[in-house]
Design a protein around this ligand. Structure first.
Ligand SMILES: NC(=O)c1ccc[n+]([C@@H]2O[C@H](COP(=O)([O-])OP(=O)(O)OC[C@H]3O[C@@H](n4cnc5c(N)ncnc54)[C@H](OP(=O)(O)O)[C@@H]3O)[C@@H](O)[C@H]2O)c1
Length: 309
């Protein structure tokens, strides 16, 4: 990876802007959105302070180099990833490394198979949202609205599905860490992505269907359905050779429900904003794995049917 070539970040949404704002202070980055905008990112940090971070922002359609990027970070939703990459691909050298930030486990295996260069995947617990599309925090009406709110700092694990690009994953993680993010390379990214999918598969669809905050899922009314889903997910994880967390799936997922009790899940935010959800990236791989292993999993099948696409 060329050390001083720019990194492109595709998708100027919550996570794209957060990564761009963090990296711009240490690394040459270009944030590519659907439309051009001013060269600054207004970021609200987890401590509530507002910052204006200078950052190069261009429209994906118009970007034309001139230099080849050292890395392309794909920060769109899963269902937009392929279209966004296709729009850019003819302007990239075929060996350009990708870093995928998506939740779920749909785009990652597909692009690993289809893209000619290295494909790194990230599993991140950073939490960010765009204020116009979400709430959960009250905005001060007297201050200019930030472009992105960094709700909680987390950690980012980076690896590739075949463990063929460990050096590259390490280098990218070091760059993120230099920029102040908590990041590390790992050799079990597949397991980490599936585990995060397990959490999201319980929390996102139920909160979106019932339009409730995460904490509601711990209530008596939801307990039987949550338990049935976790039991089926545990079954699939075992079939997929994903080791269970030390505390067991129930406690692992229950702890996240408690820790994020006041949050609106990203899928609920999408439903409230009339946007497509990441249902197919999160529940689709569970359905596919169930078919592949010949498992009959009615709770997941019902959930898939009820979840808005
Ligand atoms: N936000 C988080 O805290 C978080 C945490 C962990 C993982 N993730 C994952 O990260 C991914 C991104 O999430 P997000 O919350 O950042 O979503 P988001 O706020 O909706 O951002 C996605 C961005 O991609 C843009 N986009 C879509 N198609 C495009 C195209 N063809 N060309 C250029 N830009 C395009 C969208 O443009 P418009 O603005 O025009 O729609 C939007 O700005 C998701 O898979 C999510 O599951 C997010």
């Amino acid at each position: 990876m060329a050390t001083n070539a720019p990194w492109l970040i595709v998708g100027a949404g919550a996570l794209g802007q957060l990564f761009a704002a963090s990296l711009a202070q240490r690394q040459r980055v270009v944030l590519l959105g659907r439309r051009p905008t001013r060269h600054v990112i207004r970021l609200r940090k987890p401590d509530g302070t507002d910052h204006q971070i200078p950052a190069r922002r261009e429209s994906l359609e118009q970007w034309s180099g001139p230099e080849s990027p050292a890395l392309v970070i794909l920060a769109t939703k899963s269902h937009h990833g392929k279209t966004a990459l296709d729009a850019l691909a003819s302007r990239l050298p075929p060996q350009t490394p990708l870093l995928l930030l998506q939740n779920g486990f749909l785009l990652q295996p597909r692009l690993t198979e289809q893209w000619s260069g290295p494909v790194l995947c990230a599993s991140t617990t950073e939490a960010a949202y765009r204020p116009a599309t979400a709430s959960g925090m009250d905005l001060d009406p007297d201050s200019p609205t930030p472009d992105v709110i960094h709700a909680a700092a987390g950690e980012t694990w980076i690896g590739d599905l075949a463990d063929r690009h460990v050096t590259l994953a390490t280098r990218v993680a070091e760059c993120l860490a230099d920029a102040g993010m908590k990041a590390a390379a790992c050799q079990d990214i597949r397991h980490r992505l599936w585990r995060k999918l397990a959490i999201n598969a319980v929390i996102n669809p139920l909160t979106a269907i019932h339009r409730v905050r995460n904490g509601e899922l711990a209530s008596r009314a939801f307990r039987p359905r949550v338990a049935a889903l976790i039991a089926e997910i545990a079954h699939i994880m075992q079939a997929e050779d994903v080791p269970p967390p030390a505390q067991g799936w129930d406690v692992f997922i229950g702890d996240v429900i408690q820790a994020t009790a006041n949050n609106r899940s990203s899928m609920l935010q999408d439903v409230l904003a009339n946007r497509p959800t990441e249902r197919d990236a999160i529940l689709g791989p569970l359905e596919e794995a169930a078919r592949h292993h010949g498992l009959h999993l009615p709770a997941i099948a019902d959930l898939y049917r009820q979840t808005p696409p």
